[in-house]
Design a protein. Structure first.
Length: 310
């Protein structure tokens, strides 16, 4: 199969193969990164936690002052794109799903008020999960010089396509042998990964950076906080620094595609035993059981707007 032959894109009301999808050069998403987006995956072909993702999409758009299509329109576009992709690739395929809303196109001016109307794009391709070794042995984080919430940056709580700080942070981490970057703010407090949230276990208590540090309010982060409450795990949302992570007993990342991923190294130092710990494994197990288990490969779920996708 040629590159991108397995990718289908909803744009301007129609679903087309990736090779046929076109965004006008004068679209502000292309010119300025003036767009917001969400990424999720399907389970039984239903987008995971779609309502929560669309709520955050609306919040991101409101924060930068542009509209989004009605939620029902986006849900229908997601279903249409998944159905077209499944028709070509098979009903048993699960999908990566990216939902993008640009401010739209208009005259070549910075003024956002010249944009005509928002443009909705939905991308579906077969789900490609991280290597199983990362879940079995844990991932390595690297601290980087890039900073979250630096002056002039789009606020991290806005999931904007203006994503260059995260791109550069991940590039720096990978050059040092890391899987993911760990970013701090200008005061040296740990914020999050380039595309993930962080949890750290010390002395029986889980710690995660608070939303008051203006981190991305992760959908999976919120789901894990709920699961921890159900399991009686004590979680504290409070600021901490890199040395706190170095001294942790366990750590893990959360994100929509990764789910819950153990972290066993930070820079050149092991975290805890250097292996995924029991609390991390418990959270991984509960998250997978609650959100990722497929009910049926023969009769895929088509309802794309469920808070309980499994």
């Amino acid at each position: 199969m040629a590159e991108h032959d397995d990718t289908f894109i909803f744009i301007d009301g129609a679903v087309v193969p990736a090779a046929e999808a076109r965004v006008p050069v004068l679209d502000r998403g292309f010119l300025y990164g003036d767009s917001v987006f969400e990424v999720t995956r399907t389970v039984d072909r239903a987008p995971l936690l779609l309502d929560e993702h669309l709520e955050r999409l609306e919040q991101s758009a409101a924060a930068v002052g542009h509209g989004v299509p009605p939620r029902a329109t986006i849900q229908a576009a997601c279903a249409k794109t998944i159905d077209r992709a499944a028709e070509k690739l098979g009903d048993d395929v699960e999908f990566y799903l990216r939902i993008i809303v640009t401010r739209g196109e208009g005259p070549l001016e910075l003024d956002p008020d010249v944009a005509l109307e928002p443009r909705l794009v939905v991308v579906a391709r077969p789900l490609r999960l991280p290597a199983s070794a990362l879940y079995e042995q844990g991932a390595a984080l690297c601290t980087v010089d890039e900073r979250r919430n630096a002056p002039g940056h789009v606020p991290a709580e806005v999931k904007s396509s203006n994503y260059l700080p995260s791109v550069l942070a991940l590039r720096a981490a990978k050059r040092r042998g890391g899987y993911e970057a760990l970013l701090c703010d200008l005061s040296g407090y740990v914020c999050e990964g380039a595309s993930s949230n962080l949890f750290v276990l010390r002395d029986g208590t889980l710690h995660t950076p608070p939303l008051s540090l203006h981190i991305l309010p992760g959908v999976t982060r919120a789901a894990v906080l709920g699961l921890c409450a159900q399991e009686g795990l004590h979680v504290v949302e409070s600021p901490f620094r890199v040395d706190f992570v170095h001294a942790a007993d366990e750590a893990f990342l959360t994100s929509s595609l990764r789910g819950v991923m153990p972290v066993t190294r930070l820079d050149d130092q092991s975290i805890g035993s250097g292996q995924p710990g029991p609390v991390t494994r418990l959270v991984m197990l509960r998250y997978a059981g609650r959100y990722l288990e497929r009910k049926s490969s023969a009769s895929p779920t088509r309802n794309s707007s469920s808070k309980s996708p499994t």
